[in-house]
Design a protein. Structure first.
Length: 297
């Protein structure tokens, strides 16, 4: 059976088509388009935003039409669960893709990310922490094997923060302090969970970690890397100018403007009490979690 998932994220729309070959997941197609649902902030989508969404869904539909025996699910996350006119996107999905849009809450999003990361195999016997930094929200899951101790979804995603915390070019220290003050309030519950469960290993999933993994790989790192190594990479980019980042071939054009805030958010998290010392990257996240349900439910 061929299965497909479309993830309508706050910044990016993703399409994943795959099938199982024996016990192995075989990815047939991955597509992503930078739609920026969250560009208008929290409230409602503008006509321009809806047009970008419509164009992307039509493009995805052309890709899907190549498969006859296809099972499809379409999910929406932070931007869609907070927008007053999200129903217009739901209607668009129904008209273009002939299926329903599932707008999931933050807890469900965290659950699917956990399932996606574990679809690739449980990493170890330790207490682990999954972090997925998205455009609208950030998900945190603390677990060991099949036992989830803590999960949360916090509305501090890169798109939201970029809209809320305007900053200079390059970003200034007092602007970072304002952001960190906000993060301290929003992540108070997570801080308690870190102290209680003391995870040893952080698994970064998708989004910001895609970019960081590419940076560390270019420096010769592979597999696991230390918190200090990750902080070094973050701090080497936080105070760069927009022009410097635009000229860096390792930074996708769609992420150039988001790097200072994205990396400041991750820097703050890594400097929290009991933040894990050992870090790795998972290419699997929400989409693969949905696939696991479709294939094995």
């Amino acid at each position: 059976m061929t299965v497909a998932v479309i993830d309508l994220g706050t910044n990016t729309f993703h399409l994943l088509i795959a099938r199982m070959d024996g016990q192995q997941l075989r990815v047939i197609l991955r597509e992503r388009r930078f739609v920026q649902l969250g560009k208008d902030g929290v409230g409602s989508f503008s006509e321009k935003t809806l047009h970008r969404a419509s164009q992307c869904l039509s493009f995805f539909n052309e890709k899907l039409n190549a498969y006859s025996d296809l099972k499809l699910r379409v999910l929406g996350t932070a931007a869609l669960r907070s927008s007053a006119n999200a129903h217009l996107v739901s209607e668009m999905v129904q008209t273009t893709l002939k299926t329903d849009l599932e707008i999931i809450d933050g807890q469900r999003e965290a659950e699917l990310i956990y399932k996606g990361v574990c679809f690739d195999g449980h990493p170890n016997e330790e207490v682990n922490l999954i972090v997925d930094i998205g455009g609208g929200s950030v998900e945190f899951i603390i677990f060991r094997k099949d036992a989830i101790f803590y999960q949360s979804s916090v509305d501090i995603g890169i798109g939201w923060m970029h809209h809320q915390f305007k900053h200079s070019d390059p970003i200034r220290e007092h602007e970072r302090k304002e952001l960190k003050k906000h993060l301290k309030k929003e992540l108070a519950e997570l801080q308690e969970a870190l102290i209680q469960y003391q995870p040893k290993h952080l698994i970064g999933a998708s989004g910001t970690f895609d970019l960081l993994f590419n940076q560390l790989s270019a420096k010769g790192a592979s597999g696991f890397f230390s918190r200090s190594a990750l902080l070094h990479v973050l701090q080497s980019y936080i105070f760069t100018t927009q022009s410097e980042r635009a000229n860096d071939p390792r930074i996708p054009a769609s992420r150039v403007d988001y790097v200072p805030l994205a990396f400041t958010i991750l820097e703050y998290f890594l400097e929290m009490r009991q933040a894990p010392e050992q870090i790795s990257y998972s290419p699997y996240a929400l989409k693969e979690g949905v696939l696991s349900e479709m294939l094995f439910a």
